[in-house]
Design a protein around this ligand. Sequence first.
Ligand SMILES: Cc1ncc(COP(=O)(O)O)c(C=O)c1O
Length: 326
Amino acid sequence: MRAAIADAEVGDDALGDDPTVHRLEGRVAALLGKERALFFPSGIMANETAIVVLGRPGTEAVVDASCHLLDWEEGAAAAWAGMQLREVATPPAGITAAAVEAALRADSPYQPRTSLISVENTHNAAGGKVVPLDRLKEIRSLAEDRGLPVHMDGARLWNASTASGVTVAEYAATADTVMVTLSKGLGCPVGSMLAGDGGVMREAWRIRRRMGGAMRQAGILAAAGLYALDHHVDLLAEDHRRAGLLAELLADVRTVRVEAPETNIVMIDLLRADVDAPTVVAQLAGRGVRMSPFSPRRLRAVTHMDVDDDGIRLTARALAEVLTVP
Ligand SMILES: Cc1ncc(COP(=O)(O)O)c(C=O)c1O
């Protein structure tokens, strides 16, 4: 990837003439079955561009519970799009059309209107769960009935596709705009894409610029994206296997509870009352293992291409040591 970056042919993407960015955008648009994809510096900026383009100020976006838009984007939908987010009370198995429908308000001169539905796939906070294609189709058909656009936060759509065998294009067909990330499991230093059709993407170009996301010689970053699509997508299945291995090894540790992962995220609940996630994360770091404290009593472990089987065994050992009752 470093060599591809060094060799990249570049132009000025703020002027729309960087050939490597064009190649990446064309490739991702084709993979997702959309007319156009745009290269962004981050997933948050690509998500928020979609919210600005598809939503309307003073209205609501109906979003799935604990999604990234709601919990991790610094109130960006309110700041950039003038919209509030209405969280769907998602059943344990994940978002459904019925749950979305229940969150759509009746037409009333006193209550906010809904202008957008957004779904996250895979769902990060749910532990990398895949949203099944039939559910997405039902949500799409509900949205069509109500005349509402759908955005998909597919930061880990590659993982959903690897786990389910459903193509990213089949998932993308259930949404007007789809965000996919290159800088997570695919191992790029920077970059996410927003894909969609026609006027929506012409507007997205303007909003990206307004947000300060027009980059100049961005071909050096796009080259990493093209390399990742050629060489790293197939590695995701190994990440999923290793996440499963970690969950298996942790099944013997009585001080944690772990749900079997569907993709590359393992949520680890701490059962000991006298330890919290930030403390455990600091102790793990001292043993060479990096994890996020996802909530006060929950750790998030993510497998990726730089973690091998030995790393997984080291992680399970380190957790068992840190959590053994003295
Ligand atoms: C589901 C989801 N969406 C969006 C993002 C934002 O991506 P970025 O960090 O590139 O802004 C993340 C990042 O973790 C994510 O998990």
